[in-house]
Ligand binder design. Structure first.
Ligand code: NDP
Length: 449
């Protein structure tokens, strides 16, 4: 069953379908937001008058470019690069770069659209954008990754700036790639502008806790959701999908707070370790050796590997999707609820399908959408920008405390807004309305932008 939209929202949605044919992930992300905005438009008619919905669904600028590079055999390869500068009402465009073969304009637009509301929720002065390429980093040598990043930045550099557009990492883009991108920017421009990228190395302008921030933030968020129900993460059994940056640091913080994480995955399969995952081994396999997660089961006694397994069939109390979009379907949600799951927080962007979200909401479990639950990554990027602007460098403890305060604040705002608009406990309503409201008010104040 699909929730209906009122007449104004339905006509705005139809316009999005018409102007963006085939971009199904973008349609999905827009619809999920519009479904929650009816009460806001009823209370604040000026937003409809100023055509805020129509404007907010149209990116300010979309850049698509050719990325030619040479592989180790000397063959010329061609990929496509994207940067969608979605909305700058609150600050410079901010959002990561994704390198994955599935990337096309519709994926980058859905991510950019989500980013606008997420960034507003953080309370930091950042607009929303996203970028990336259909380049597949899997199996590529270090030199190939470097040559690709250099070619990508050779076009992208002209669009960046500390007050214009500040990318970071996402799937397939971590510290190594940010290093190559920054190096090329510096070479082309002959300027050391720390503020043009976040996720930098600690020796050259990066912030402590940025690497950990998205995973840690997701755990702070789920803990707040549980606390709001008189419970907490301690003693809970968790499963985390993915085994990349977000998954690893979600596992780390959950374990630190007394939970037991028994499973994680990659796009090939799932590992299960009922004694609790050995995070040092996971970091060794994924961060240092860059190998597949199946290696864990070969090296750890008592662990099992399920080739092509479905992680959501493993009974748990807390489920943390931290891999990719639409990885948790309606049936998976039903299985999780049936197996006693009481909370879901999304480290990934839009990992739960609309059917899955409906199942979670109807079952009454705590469900934290990515916009709110994974906002700690971009919030800490904004803290990196603050440190760069003041040429300062904060301690781990101080930065982590700032991150935790931000996540507590996001949770409180979402919780209060949901109750105010007649949907207590509904974090989708809370997150969408809180984020939308801030961007919409700013757009009205700035005239026709
Ligand atoms: P990484 O590239 O570090 O890790 C991605 C992980 O997800 C890998 O384990 C990967 O497995 C798995 N994965 C990717 N695609 C699929 C797929 N189609 N099916 C199953 N597994 C898959 O990325 P991140 O950890 O940075 O990002 C994960 C999610 O978190 C994304 O949705 C991203 O948008 C979101 N996010 C990231 C932030 C950040 O700061 N990095 C901030 C906010 C959100 P494999 O190696 O097999 O591909």
């Amino acid at each position: 069953m699909v929730a209906s939209l009122n007449e104004k929202l339905e006509s705005a949605y139809q316009e999005v379908l018409r102007r963006n044919p085939g971009e199904i992930e973008f349609h999905q992300a827009v619809r999920e937001v519009l479904e929650t905005l009816g009460p806001v438009l009823a209370k604040y008619p000026e937003f409809a008058e100023h055509k805020i919905i129509q404007r907010i669904c149209e990116p300010e600028r979309q850049i698509i470019f050719r990325v030619p590079w040479q592989d180790d055999q000397g063959q010329v390869q061609i990929n496509r690069g994207f940067r969608v500068e979605f909305n700058s009402a609150l600050g410079p465009y901010k959002g990561g770069l994704r390198f994955h073969p599935s990337v096309y304009l519709g994926i980058i637009k859905f991510l950019g659209f989500e980013q606008v509301f997420k960034n507003a929720l953080t309370g930091m002065p950042i607009g929303g954008g996203k970028g990336g390429s259909d380049f597949d980093p899997k199996g590529k040598s270090n030199s190939e990754i470097m040559r690709f990043c250099q070619s990508f930045m050779t076009e992208l550099y002209r669009h960046l700036g500390e007050y214009t557009d500040v990318p970071a990492g996402d799937i397939g883009v971590g510290g190594r790639e940010i290093g190559y991108l920054f190096g090329q920017y510096k070479r082309i421009t002959n300027r050391y502008e720390s503020g043009i990228l976040t996720g930098k190395g600690l020796d050259w302008g990066g912030s402590r806790v940025r690497t950990e921030a998205t995973g840690y933030g997701t755990i702070f968020f789920v803990n707040e959701m549980l606390k709001a129900r008189g419970d907490g993460l301690e003693g809970k059994t968790c499963v985390v999908s993915g085994s990349g940056n977000v998954a690893i640091y979600a596992i780390e913080k959950a374990t630190e707070l007394g939970a037991k994480v028994i499973a994680c995955s990659d796009s090939n399969g799932v590992i299960i370790d009922q004694n609790g995952l050995d995070l040092d081994l996971i970091k060794q396999i994924k961060e240092i050796e860059r190998r597949r997660i199946s290696v864990y089961a070969q090296e750890k006694k008592g662990a099992t590997y399920l080739e092509s397994g479905n992680i959501w069939t493993i009974p748990c109390q807390v489920a943390l999707p931290c891999a990719t979009q639409n990885e948790l379907h309606g049936k998976d949600a039903e299985t999780l609820v049936k197996n006693g799951c009481i909370a879901v927080a999304e480290g990934a962007n839009m990992p739960t399908t609309p059917e899955g979200i409906r199942v979670f909401q109807e079952s009454g479990i705590a469900y934290g959408p990515g916009k709110a639950a994974n906002a700690g990554g971009v919030a800490t990027s904004a803290l990196e920008m603050q440190q760069n602007a003041s040429r300062d460098s904060w301690s781990f403890e101080y930065t982590e405390q700032r991150l935790q305060d931000i996540m507590i604040n996001i949770h409180r705002n979402c919780h209060e807004t949901a109750a105010e608009f007649g949907a207590p406990g509904n974090y989708v309503v809370g997150a969408n309305i809180t984020g939308f409201f801030k961007v919409a008010r700013s757009m009205v104040a700035m005239g026709l932008i």
